[in-house]
Design a protein around this ligand. Structure first.
Ligand code: PFF
Length: 447
């Protein structure tokens, strides 16, 4: 039996840091800032926090409950509680892992590249052109391969020896650097207008459909929800873990890092008068605007830029680990593969799948939309229905390791009613929009 020999975390801190490592990543620094810029600053931030509280936290707890309760990888875990009819959802989780990691590795490759360049030659002045070269083609693919190689190596090292050990070292370092960068950014001349832009709420934007949809997608992406990553990590927990407490720590740390990253990015952009470029936001905005800011700052910019991109790369790495672990755990449980074999074979397949994103950033952007709008939000919807309505007594499972929590009924009510209704509404708009983006891409590619 796979369960008999199941690996476990060696400590509670190990699990929490690994889960925070999964949550904190490119989403917090790259995606959050560009979405906030695109959606009018604080209006987006406010809505994002609301969605995290009312939707993200309940779904996160639901994933942890299913993972720890079943002690199995996603496909089996769902079948364990819901019967074989729920297996396809598990397969969708694995497919999402494949899809997201394929382009996530490409963006992570850009961060490695910039960190490397900061060390050897500094940031070039004509960053926009430079980004065109770095972002696509063999250059991009090469760094993607390098990044994937590191990710695979860590996952092959196992839950304790690979994933936990990496998170224990890297996450505290990441927190210290991000806070340090925010303190430094506060001293810049552009800090005040940067903060104003970031933190003043334009309430007229708050109830725009696109802001709501982007905030929902971002909350799921940022908390690694809707594809069984948190479920898989929780399957290596013992029964005495206090799941609600872990949920709050993970969600709090994730939102805090996204928020503090904004305190770095916006002052920097305003200090250099580069704000117009960010509001014309694309996936590449941060990778053009920020290096430009660093280049104009000379020696200081080189050091700060190095720290910034190393932090991004570290965040990306601990997230990529969790994406790969979903696939690896499923292959180990389902196909009986060894961890090494699963990590290297699945990792190699995902690396190859990244090629289209490495050669074309439009493809990357559309895959990102499909993954978020369809897979993560759809996966979250299915999972909330599963735990809310199908699973027998999820509250008893969640309560294991606690002394009973007063807000469990609230949790159940959110999962049963609020989360599904909200996600159906969001999907109702997101599906046609995603479909249009996919069609647009195909017509562009066939031209
Ligand atoms: N949460 C990660 C980020 O914010 O960058 C991305 C991610 C990791 C999404 C793992 C989904 C996942 F399963």
């Amino acid at each position: 039996m796979a369960t008999a020999a199941r690996e476990h975390w060696s400590s509670r801190t190990g699990f929490v840091l690994a889960a925070v490592g999964s949550a904190v990543g490119l989403g917090n620094m790259w995606r959050f800032s560009y979405l906030a810029a695109e959606n009018g600053g604080a209006a987006f931030v406010v809505f994002y926090l609301l969605v995290t509280l009312c939707v993200g936290i309940p779904v996160l707890l639901a994933e942890l409950v299913v993972g720890r309760g079943s002690q199995q990888s996603p496909i089996r875990a769902l079948a364990h509680y819901g019967g074989p009819a729920w297996k396809p959802l598990g397969f969708a989780f694995v497919a999402a892992g494949f899809l997201i990691l394929s382009y996530y590795g490409v963006i992570a490759g850009w961060t490695l590249r910039y960190a490397f360049e900061a060390v050897v030659g500094g940031f070039p002045a004509d960053v926009a052109n430079r980004f065109g070269e770095v972002a696509t083609g063999w250059d991009a693919f090469g760094y993607h391969v390098l990044f994937m190689g590191i990710t695979i190596g860590i996952v092959a090292g196992g839950v304790k020896g690979g994933i936990e050990r990496t998170s224990l070292v890297m996450m505290p370092a990441l927190f210290v650097i991000v806070v340090g960068l925010a303190i430094w950014a506060a001293t810049l001349p552009g800090a005040r207008p940067g903060y104003t832009y970031y933190l003043s709420t334009d309430f007229s934007k708050l109830f725009h459909w696109s802001v709501i949809k982007d905030a929902a997608g971002q909350a799921f992406f940022s908390l690694s929800l809707g594809m069984g990553a948190m479920l898989t990590f929780a399957s290596y927990l013992s029964r005495d873990e206090h799941l609600p407490a872990s949920t709050l720590v993970i969600a709090g740390a994730d939102a805090a890092v996204a928020f503090v990253a904004g305190l770095v990015v916006f002052p920097l952009i305003f200090a250099l008068g580069l704000q117009d470029r960010v509001s014309a936001s694309t996936v590449g905005a941060l990778f053009i605007t920020l290096p430009q800011a660093f280049a104009e700052m000379g020696g200081v910019g080189r050091i700060v830029g190095l720290l910034f991109f190393v932090t991004l790369a570290v965040g990306a790495l601990t997230s990529a680990i969790s994406l790969l672990e979903v696939v690896v755990a499923s292959a180990m449980d389902g196909l009986g593969w060894s961890r090494h074999r699963a990590a290297w074979l699945a990792g190699a397949a995902i690396t190859l799948l990244g090629a289209p994103s490495a050669w074309n950033t439009e493809v990357l952007g559309v895959i990102d939309q499909v993954a978020n709008n369809l897979f993560l939000l759809g996966g979250g919807l299915a999972l909330s229905i599963f735990v809310g309505w199908v699973m027998h007594d999820p509250v008893a499972e969640a309560a294991d390791g606690t002394e009973g929590i007063q807000w469990f009924p609230v949790w159940q009510w959110l999962l049963r009613v609020v989360v599904p209704i909200f996600l159906v509404l969001v999907l109702w708009f997101a599906i046609p929009e995603t479909w249009t983006a996919v069609k647009g891409l195909f017509s562009q590619l066939s031209r």
